[in-house]
Design a protein around this ligand. Structure first.
Ligand SMILES: [Zn+2]
Length: 88
């Protein structure tokens, strides 16, 4: 039987996954969405978001990585640019 805290945790994770699916980008926390940061000689582009003002959410980054690993692991197309290993 699931306890109430487990249900709350699962609901929170499901909500975050839904948020990452609907809105994968969030406002950059370093520059607060301005795309600029203060430097000694005036303003410079924010290094974290490279001036785009948005960052990829951690959950979406994790999903993209998992999707990439799955795609590369199940790819059945022959690779012509790589040297084939003896067991392939
Ligand atoms: Zn930024």
């Amino acid at each position: 039987m699931l306890t109430a805290s487990t249900l709350i945790l699962l609901a929170t994770l499901a909500g975050y996954a839904l948020l990452c699916a609907i809105r994968p980008f969030a406002v950059c926390r370093t520059c607060s969405g301005t795309g600029l940061r203060e430097a000694r000689k005036g303003m410079k582009l924010c290094r974290r978001c490279r001036g785009t003002r948005y960052r990829l959410r951690a959950g979406r980054r994790l999903r993209n990585h998992a999707r990439r690993v799955h795609t590369e692991g199940t790819c059945t197309r022959p690779t012509t640019d790589k040297e084939r290993l003896p067991w392939q």
